[in-house]
Design a protein around this ligand. Structure first.
Ligand SMILES: NC(=O)c1ccc[n+]([C@@H]2O[C@H](COP(=O)([O-])OP(=O)(O)OC[C@H]3O[C@@H](n4cnc5c(N)ncnc54)[C@H](OP(=O)(O)O)[C@@H]3O)[C@@H](O)[C@H]2O)c1
Length: 310
């Protein structure tokens, strides 16, 4: 048997319960993966809340989670891309809040990517959403070496990845908005932190114009600052769907194909790392989700099915 965190109706994190289910078997072109680390993201509680019920209708019981890292433990017929024992990163459609999952193995399905040896399982598990989205956003604004980038929400999962990838792309300066308690972290990563809140556009204007802007926070204030400081709409992007941003010519991010593979190429053997702000066993997935929904943890939240190392 295996364990999964499931829910039977839309609602709040308390809807999640862990239960024992049979270990599934991989069919043709599929592999069975055993997860050792699972990423928790805002999209998870948004799906649970029913925000995406039109675009992504769920069958109940539902299972959240759009990223994880683990090991292939069985291969179905016709699979040549992966073998038993391979470390992999799973990304894409919801369903990773579980220990075992059957996943299509083909490159076209783009749900599994070989895990580079330089990552721990928990680092690998939290890369797809944060670093993948950051990568697509930076490509969309066409960031070039020597430029100055503005990042709203720089202390969140995507923001922390955006800061680091921008510096890897050669940005001369990254200015990131965050709560003061996260400024030290941003300094350490090489960014210039600025407190968000009342007076933000004026505080940012003191730096002069920005070449490009990535909004990882959403809301009216970041949009106002972006529009004031970045002239061309093509050099602005937001990852949070927001009618105000749309109305003000701040385009929504478009994910590039094979996003994770390209992101891993850029990261290479650099010191890129996402801070882990909290670890929970799978049995406490509801608490992990509630923490994500509360926000402000200053890093990524992970579920560790094999327990928390002491
Ligand atoms: N479109 C996509 O493909 C995509 C992909 C990933 C995420 N998203 C969305 O993007 C958002 C961020 O995701 P995430 O994983 O980075 O979330 P997260 O880890 O929870 O971080 C959110 C961050 O926003 C910051 N924040 C809150 N209000 C702010 C404001 N007014 N100005 C600037 N920063 C503010 C917080 O900073 P402090 O803690 O310092 O206060 C926090 O660090 C979520 O809404 C998520 O659903 C979209």
């Amino acid at each position: 048997m295996s364990t999964a965190a499931l829910f039977d109706r839309y609602g709040t994190p308390e809807e999640l319960y862990t239960t024992e289910i049979p270990v599934p078997s991989p069919g043709y072109g599929e592999v069975l993966v055993r997860y050792t680390a699972i990423g928790v993201n805002p999209i998870d509680w948004k799906i649970l809340r029913g925000d995406l019920r039109t675009q992504l209708p769920l069958a109940f019981p539902g299972c959240l989670g759009v990223e994880a890292a683990g090991v292939v433990v069985e291969t179905g017929a016709g699979v040549r891309r992966f073998s038993v024992g391979d470390a992999v990163i799973r990304h894409g459609r919801p369903g990773t809040y579980r220990i075992h999952e059957v996943v299509p193995a083909s490159q076209e399905a783009d749900e599994l990517t070989a895990m580079p040896a330089r990552f721990s399982a928990e680092q690998a598990a939290v890369l797809p959403v944060a670093a993948g989205t950051a990568y697509s956003a930076l490509r969309q604004v066409g960031l070039r070496a020597g430029e100055r980038l503005l990042v709203h929400g720089a202390s969140g999962g995507v923001g922390l990845a955006t800061v680091q990838l921008a510096l890897l792309m050669g940005a001369a300066e990254v200015i990131g908005t965050a709560s003061p308690r996260h400024h030290e972290l941003l300094f350490r990563l090489g960014a210039t932190p600025v407190e968000y809140g009342s007076g933000l556009p004026e505080r940012l204007a003191a730096f002069g114009t920005m070449d490009a802007s990535v909004d990882c926070a959403g809301g009216p204030q970041p949009t106002v600052a972006t529009v004031r400081l970045v002239d061309r709409p093509a050099r602005r992007v937001t990852i949070v769907p927001d009618p105000e941003a749309h109305a003000q010519d701040v385009p929504f991010v478009e994910h590039v194909p094979l996003e994770l593979a390209s992101t891993l190429d850029l990261i290479g053997h650099s010191a890129f790392e996402l801070p882990i702000s909290a670890r929970f066993p799978l049995s406490r997935a509801a608490e992990a989700l509630a923490l994500s929904q509360k926000g402000g943890s200053g890093g990524k939240i992970v579920l560790l099915p094999d327990g928390i190392p002491q």
